[in-house]
Structure formats: C-alpha cells, structure tokens
Ligand binder design. Structure first.
Ligand code: DAH
Length: 350
C-alpha cells in the first residue's frame, strides 16, 4: 500500500469513527487544518520537479475529493441525528403566550407639541430654544416687571442656589416669555418666533403642577395690530382643535409685558360629562396675548416707533387635556404605563 493510500485509509476510518459533530470538526482540522495531514503532504509538492508534481498533485487531489465526500456525508448524517435527538428530548409548549415587544407610546404632550410646531411653522414662525434656568432680568425686568413690581409676587418663583450675576439672581423660569427678549436680541425684525418648554411655579393641585409647559409666540413687524393677532389665534385654535366653527372671544386683561392685553376664551358645551369645544355657550379661558409693550421692545433692542410687537402665551398641558380629554394634569408627569397606554399615541413608522 502506497503512502497516500495509507493516508486515505486512516482518514476515512477516523471519519467513520466520529459519532458527533464536534468530533467531525476536530477530524476535519486534523486533516485539512494548518498542520493537518493533507496540508503537510501538500507542502512536499514544493520539492518535486514538474513531472512528479503533476503526477503527485493529481493523486492528492483525488484523495482530497474522497475525504471531502466522506466528511460531508458524515456531517449531514450526524446533523440529522442530533436534530432528531433534540426534537425527541425538548418539549415545546405551543400553548405558551408569545412574547410581544412593547414599543411604548408617544406622550400626549409630545403629540400636541408636534402638531403646534406644524401649525405655527405654516405661518412663518421659527422655533426659538429657551433655557429652564433664567435670570431675574430676563424673567421679570426685561418683561417690564422692575424690582418690587407687584407682578413679581404673582409668580411663586423657585430661586436656584447659584451665584447671581449682572442679570440678577438665577431662577427656574416662571414662564416662556423670557424667550421673547432673547429672540429679539438675537434677531432683527421683521421676525416671528415661537417656543415650547417647561416652566416652574410653586403650585400643586389637580389643575396645577409645579412644572408645566408653555407655548410662547412673538411677532415683530411693521404695520401689525390686534386684528392680526385675533385672526392668528383664532385660526391656530381652529386648526389645533380641528373645530371649524369654534368661537373665540378676546377679553381685556392685564400683563405687564403687553399693552393692551387680552385673555382669549373659546366656546364649549358639555356632552355626556365631557367638554366639547365649539358647541355650546360656555367660555373657557385658553391663553393670554397682547401688543408687546414698548418698554419690552426697547429691552429687545427694537425701536418701538418703527415696529410693533404681538405676543401670545398658551399652556401646553391645558391645550392637550382639552384636545385629548386628559382629566388630571399631574398624570402627565407620573410615567404610569397604564396611563400612557390609555392616552398615548402609537408610533407611526414611515
Ligand atoms: N407669560 C404669561 C403667563 O405665564 C402668558 C402670556 C400672556 C404670554 C400674554 C404672552 C402674552 O406672550 O402676550 O401667564
């Protein structure tokens, strides 16, 4: 028996002895691996002359083919054997409930913020980012509430334990109106900005939370007046609430940063214990607005003899609870999964 025949016989018998897939793998390595039997024999080809190389090469190739054939047919048989073993020993309980992944829900406040982004952008408003920690100057002074102005006591303010600077003490902003000042200082008119963000007041019951969200809007342009503001707010509310014949009423009011100022009411009725906007003769207060006070324009570096300002401020939480019927504002911030499943919105994958 030639050396190659012996090699073939020993390889085939090793393959035949394998009784599991792990062993087949080891044998495959011992034959074709880096230091495998066939690999080492192939190395000998280098020392042969062309004639011998051709002859020896052809013999090795035929041996390799035979070994591969045995290896793959044995692997296949062992795979089937192992699968059969698994199927007969493992029990699959087909009555078990399947795992259904939870994708979470869009929070109603996020949903309404996105709707508002869409509507206000369509009027040419640009988003202006504000900061939760403000200084007294931007939160009060520049909004026409100088030191000791009685309006400052209207807000129960959380002061922050940080060093004061030339803009006064640091505080958690009590409204989004400081964004008006920052937006005016950073841009030149004509301009339209809006902002949506958290504000803080020391207040807590079913209709007040110490942190809530406001929407602020400001327009600084030439030749704009209250009628534009009324049209804008009316159109905005009709679009947001998707109620075509919503009635909107402006009531004279007072804010230090607007002159004149107004509060905006929408009509509603009660059906089956629920608020229905746009049907009925009751009025619900929904936002504050006004013509920006000339002092505020000056704080924003704008000449009040050349430009007019219009501003409005909504409570996002209020708008959201009216649109989607959320009864208690505190639930917005409790992260209760049951609540989120009831009031949240599915993700739309586009
Ligand atoms: N900042 C006011 C508040 O927190 C809301 C407001 C009223 C904003 C009138 C405005 C406005 O821009 O014009 O109660």
């Amino acid at each position: 028996m030639s050396e190659l025949d012996k090699l073939l016989a020993s390889c085939l018998s090793e393959i035949a002895d394998c009784d599991n897939l792990k062993k087949i793998d080891d044998v495959k390595n011992a034959i074709f691996g880096k230091n495998g039997k066939i690999t080492n024999i192939m190395k000998k080809l280098r020392d042969l002359d062309d004639n011998e190389k051709r002859k020896f090469g052809a013999e090795i190739n035929s041996i390799k083919d035979k070994i591969w054939e045995q290896l793959s047919s044995k692997s296949y048989k062992l795979e089937i054997k192992e699968l059969d073993k698994k199927l007969s020993s493992e029990f699959a309980d087909v009555s078990m409930p399947i795992y259904s992944p939870s994708f979470g829900k869009i929070h109603p406040l996020t949903k309404v913020s996105e709707e508002i982004y869409g509507i206000l952008s369509s009027y040419g408003f640009t988003f202006a980012e504000g900061e939760d920690i403000e200084s007294e100057y931007y939160n009060f002074t520049a909004l026409n509430m100088p030191d000791h102005h009685p309006a400052r006591t209207m807000h129960d303010t959380f002061y922050v334990n940080m060093p004061a600077d030339d803009k006064g003490r640091k505080l958690l902003r009590t409204h989004t109106s400081p964004v008006q000042i920052h937006a005016m200082l950073a841009n030149s008119p004509p301009c339209r900005f809006f902002s949506i963000g958290r504000v803080y007041r020391s207040d807590s019951d079913s209709t007040h939370t110490p942190m809530f969200n406001q929407i602020e809007g400001i327009i600084v342009e030439k030749n704009v007046g209250f009628s534009h503001l009324k049209w804008l707010i009316t159109d905005f509310l009709k679009k947001l609430f998707e109620v075509k014949d919503l009635s909107v009423r402006l009531r004279p009011s007072f804010f230090p940063f607007t002159e004149p100022s107004a509060e905006v009411d929408v009509n509603y009725g009660i059906k089956n214990g629920k608020i229905v906007l746009g049907s009925g003769s009751k009025w619900l207060e929904i936002c504050g607005c006004g013509a920006v006070h000339p002092n505020v324009l000056k704080y924003g570096n704008i000449d009040p003899t050349k430009y007019q300002g219009l501003a409005f401020g909504f409570g996002l939480d209020r708008l959201t609870s009216l649109k989607y019927g959320v009864p208690d504002l505190r639930e917005y911030f409790e992260s209760d999964d049951r609540w989120r499943n009831a009031f949240g919105f599915p993700h739309v994958i586009v």
